[in-house]
Structure formats: C-alpha cells, structure tokens
Ligand binder design. Structure first.
Ligand code: AMP
Length: 217
C-alpha cells in the first residue's frame, strides 16, 4: 500500500509508522530521519537542511521534493511505503502526486493523527530516543527501565535539539500554517481519515489499521 501519515510534531507518527511496518509490512519512509542522517553524515543535503531544522522551520519544498524523487523509486519502496513527515505543504503534496502519476501509482490512504497543542508540548518535552538504534521513548508514558539507557541496545537516550521548548513552539506554528492545509487537499480527493491520536499507542494503532482496511471512510 502507498500511505501518507500526517500529524503535528509529537503526535506519534514515528511510533505508529513503526507499528504499521511491523504489523502490515508497509515500509516507513521518514523524511525527518533521512534529514537527520544527512546532517550527521555532513552531506550536501544535510548542510542545506541543518539551519532550517535547528530553527524549527521547514526545509524548502524543492529540496524535499528532490529528496523524495531520489528515494521513492528505489527498490525498498517499490511495493509500497508509509510516508512519515511528508508532505508538509500543499506544494509538496502536489509534487508527490506528480511523481506518483509518472509512476502510474496513486496513494491508497492518508491518515491524520489529531491531538491538541497542549498535549503535544507535554509529549515533546518528554520525548527521548536512543542515539544508537533510534528506539523512541517517552519519560512519562514509555520510560526506559534504567534512566537514560535504551532497553533494546543499551545506547544512550538523547533529546532531539528541535524538541527544546523554544523550537517546539515554532514547529507547532509551522504545522498549523503550512501543514494543516494538506489535510483539506487530501480530504477533497476522498483519501483522508482522521484519528484521535491522544490515546494509547494500541488504541490509536487499532484505528489506523481499521482505516487501512477501509480507506477514506
Ligand atoms: P520530523 O522528524 O518529521 O519532525 O522532522 C524534523 C525536521 O525536519 C522538521 O522540523 C523540518 O525542519 C524537517 N523536515 C522533515 N520533513 C520535512 C518536510 N516534508 N518538509 C520540510 N521540512 C521537513
């Protein structure tokens, strides 16, 4: 299946994408993860993206569309994908449609996680991930067994630079201004299903699974 997962920062897109990858074998493609790897590796893309990411702003559309154009046709995503963190603007959504049209393949479903800002601010403040394997944690709802240490691989748990409070506020503003209109874009095309993301990982995951069995309802 070809699926887009929308939602504000901290809504649980990454967690749910990994869950759907495990349960339904739909390969996660996280543009945030790709950009963070590019920044760590110091590539040309990483150098372009870093200042936007640090400021909690969006990397320009042409850069993101170039990245998707390079990555999507690779073998890993030939049988389908779950886009996590892309598209984040209507221009990106249009670009994705053009790319999929060229490949003769449309989206099957767009899932949107809904969650109030106050809850997002709390979640992002508590969010940590393993420096080594990327495993996500939340100090409140999913704490590690030992403080600061990954249960899975023993790696160090770190907070993303852009999860610091001053940047979180900016990222939420950017979401409301630039990404929320993407929901209407897909609703107009009969593809959008909204899910209440403010519940347990399993409850939200169950709704997403159902939505994928009956897209657009
Ligand atoms: P994420 O991990 O999805 O929250 O992304 C982290 C940061 O990467 C965002 O705050 C943006 O600066 C950048 N980013 C990720 N995906 C996109 C996108 N589709 N368009 C523009 N910027 C993006």
């Amino acid at each position: 299946m070809r699926v887009v997962l929308l939602g504000p920062p901290g809504a649980g897109k990454g967690t749910q994408a990994k869950r759907l990858e495990a349960s339904r074998g739909i390969r996660q493609l996280s543009t945030g993860d790709l950009l963070r790897s590019a920044v760590d590796e110091g590539t040309a893309l990483g150098r372009k993206a870093a200042s936007y990411m640090d400021a909690g702003r969006l990397v320009p559309d042409e850069v993101m569309l170039g990245l998707i154009r390079d990555v999507l046709p690779t073998g890993a995503y030939r049988d389908g994908f779950l886009l996590d963190g892309f598209p984040r603007t209507v221009e990106q959504a249009r670009g994705l449609d053009r790319l999929l049209d060229e490949a003769g393949a449309g989206l099957d479903a767009v899932l949107s996680l809904e969650i109030p800002d106050g809850e997002l601010i709390r979640r992002l403040g508590n969010r940590r991930s393993c420096e080594a394997c990327g495993e996500p944690y939340n100090l409140e709802s999913r704490p590690p067994q030992a403080d600061g240490v990954c249960d899975r691989c023993g790696g160090r748990l770190v907070q993303r630079d852009d999860d610091r409070p001053e940047t979180v506020q900016r990222r939420l503003e950017v979401y409301h201004e630039q990404t929320e209109p993407v929901k209407a874009y897909y609703a107009d095309r009969g593809l959008l299903t909204s899910v209440d993301g403010g519940r347990s990982v399993d409850a939200v995951g169950g709704d997403l699974e159902r939505a994928l069995r009956h897209p657009g309802e």
